[in-house]
Design a protein around this ligand. Structure first.
Ligand SMILES: C[S@@+](CC[C@H](N)C(=O)[O-])C[C@H]1O[C@@H](n2cnc3c(N)ncnc32)[C@H](O)[C@@H]1O
Length: 398
């Protein structure tokens, strides 16, 4: 295959066998069953049985997520749900890994070709001396074997590919820019564009394989767009995909806790699904770094799970599952942070903070999206559940 055709292959569907395709479909359906239908049944058991029993025993309803967790821990419905959810998560990566391994030599070659030909004009800078923080290197985050940074062979892209193809199985495309379902990046960029904000320099922190970075370049084509991550295999894969899709994005291997960007450089700093994987001290460092490299007049707007202060105790119990069973040990502590206080400690002024729930652009009616942009409408749901509404937080630098 010539180099050009080879580059175009990066990010196309995996060449999975019949059995692998069906395994991937099975896992997607299983996840939906567990997260939607079975989750509803579990909540009913909590409301109809467990909460009442707790009240009879203690005189009070469970007061917070931890108390609900203790009350639910040995309930058969929780044990079954938790076990299915754990296995569906593990099987997500397992369902794409064999195909990635089989095609690894071609994927590596395609990424090299993309880097050399550089058709879109983006760039890739790796730093093999970068210290990989313990919250990434010491565990397989969300059970993805090898996490984001492991390199099994020279010029490896496997972890980027496993994440990219695995998230399609994981979320059926929503949140990660597949098909016409849109993405977090597209949603935030469209929201800001509708607001009349025109960032000239944009940074996506913890960009992994660039799925949520690319929409910024699509929606703000004149902007200089950067993506940083600590995982080299993810960056190689992301760079190759961006080049294949014609987006000049500058990927570099850096820690968001301490970057090499100058002071006051970016108009917009963003991220998606990033902070809940950091330790709390790292979260504080990253927010301080955001403030340092943000231009006066610029905006920081990160997408994350909503803080526990904004959601009810049962939903907190439900969301915090990942902290206990999904190798995301900082998840609960991150959500328990006082977000406004943490942003103010990082240098932002209280009056300039933002906490916005934005409905997913591609699956929301234009008039509903416009109403939310103009502050006239409520987002369809209060939580981020199902990916229908994205919670964002940050602030302006004045
Ligand atoms: C769940 S993934 C983010 C997913 C991605 N933003 C998306 O929307 O597809 C978290 C990413 O953050 C990266 N990461 C973790 N700590 C980091 C740090 N200190 N600096 C930069 N990237 C980091 C990980 O390597 C990983 O790729």
């Amino acid at each position: 295959m010539d180099a050009h055709a080879n580059i175009k292959n990066v990010g196309r569907m995996l060449d999975s066998t019949h059995d692998e395709v069906h395994r991937q479909r099975f896992v997607s359906v299983l996840r939906k069953k567990v997260l939607v239908d079975f989750a509803k049944d579990m909540k009913t058991v909590y409301e109809k049985k467990v909460a009442g029993r707790h009240k009879r025993r203690t005189g009070k309803a469970p007061k917070d997520a931890r108390e609900i967790r203790r009350a639910m821990l040995h309930e058969p419905v929780f044990e079954a749900w938790s076990s299915l959810r754990y296995n569906a998560q593990y099987m997500t990566w397992w369902s794409v890994q064999p195909a990635v391994e089989r095609q690894l030599p071609e994927l590596i070659q395609a990424a090299k070709d993309a880097h050399l030909a550089n058709p879109a004009g983006g760039s890739l800078e790796l730093d093999n001396k970068l210290h990989i923080p313990g919250y990434v290197s010491q565990l397989d985050v969300h059970q993805m074997p090898g996490c984001f940074q492991t390199e099994f062979t020279k010029d490896d892209v496997a972890q980027g590919a496993v994440y990219f193809y695995g998230t399609t199985v994981f979320s059926g495309g929503l949140a990660h820019r597949r098909g016409n379902k849109g993405s977090v990046g597209q949603t935030i960029a469209q929201y800001l564009k509708h607001k009349g904000f025109k960032p000239k320099r944009i940074l996506d922190m913890g960009c992994t394989a660039g799925s949520n970075t690319m929409p910024y370049k699509e929606i703000f084509p004149q902007a200089e767009v950067h993506g940083i991550d600590v995982g080299a295999p993810c960056l190689r894969f992301g760079h190759a995909r961006a080049e294949a899709e014609g987006h000049a994005i500058h990927f570099s291997q850096q820690s968001a806790e301490k970057t090499n960007f100058p002071d006051n450089y970016f108009d917009l700093i963003t991220s998606s699904f990033f902070f809940h994987e950091l330790s709390v001290p790292a979260t504080r460092n990253v927010l301080k770094e955001c403030h340092r490299i943000l231009k006066p007049g610029g905006l920081v707007l990160h997408m994350e799970l909503p803080p526990s202060a904004l959601t009810d105790a049962y939903y907190n119990f439900y969301l915090d599952w990942d902290a206990f069973y999904n190798n995301e040990p900082h998840y609960e502590a991150f959500r328990n942070l006082d977000f406004p206080k943490t942003l103010v400690e990082a240098g932002f002024k209280k009056k300039d903070l933002e906490m916005i729930r934005i409905p997913n652009y591609a699956t929301t009616k234009p008039e509903e999206f416009k109403a939310v942009v103009e502050g006239r409408g409520q987002t369809a749901r209060r939580d981020h559940g199902g990916g229908a509404v994205w919670f964002t937080f940050g602030g302006w630098k004045r």
